[in-house]
Design a binder for this molecule. Sequence first.
Ligand code: ZN
Length: 279
Amino acid sequence: MKFLRYGSAGSERPGLIDGDGHIRDLSGVVDDIGGRWLADLSWTRSLDPSQLPLVEAGERLGPCVAGTGKFICIGLNYADHAAESGLEVPPEPVIFMKATSAICGPNDDVLIPRGSTATDWEVELGVVIGKPAKYISEEQALEHVAGYCVVNDVSERDFQTKRSGQWTKGKSCDTFGPIGPWLVTRDEVANPQKLKMWLKVSGEMKQNGSTETMVYGVAHVISYLSQFMTLHPGDIVSTGTPPGVGQGFKPPRYLKAGDIVELGIEGLGTQRQVFRDDI
Ligand code: ZN
């Protein structure tokens, strides 16, 4: 299933994509795409999309998951991206938090924060937690995954690395977390370590990689995180980016107002954002 949330920001309704690519309304079936509805997906077995109300085309898409409690990101999780950043692949996964207030829809405008000169892009595979996960093994890990989505881990490099402390400041600005268009349930993703991923800036291909070159795979990362904290339904884990970010160019290529960023992952859909100044 491909679940989504549609409608104006803050009042999205749950929906799904039917076999013809149309949106069907799910609000008569579930409260939202989140929480207990993700913890146990057995309700989806009896769903007949053709019986759900058809939604007219042209609706805004919201973030594909509601009520995300934690937005955890993995840093330097592609060897070639670590190299372009001038850093070693760490001996254990590097984790950092992105504020959940950064979450926005997949095609919403992204705001370049005040004072920014180094706003950058990162296409990433997002993992959405289903069943709560605490002290789970790598073998069990995928059973705790509800599904996958595209994430743009938008980053302000100077805020991230030149303003003291950890990376949070450069990762958490409003709209720095477009997620979606869909939450694709785990059963539809045969192998999360074999998905092509790409990102273009104003029509020019910048990132063209695959989850195959991830250092710490999805199962390892979920198991690893669960040794430190319980992962809850609707939590999002963004698993790192392949090479080709703006910081890696010489000179660096950062985003400015009017730039259009398009990105996608095989089977998970595409996003498109217009960047503009947060004035
Ligand atoms: Zn990232």
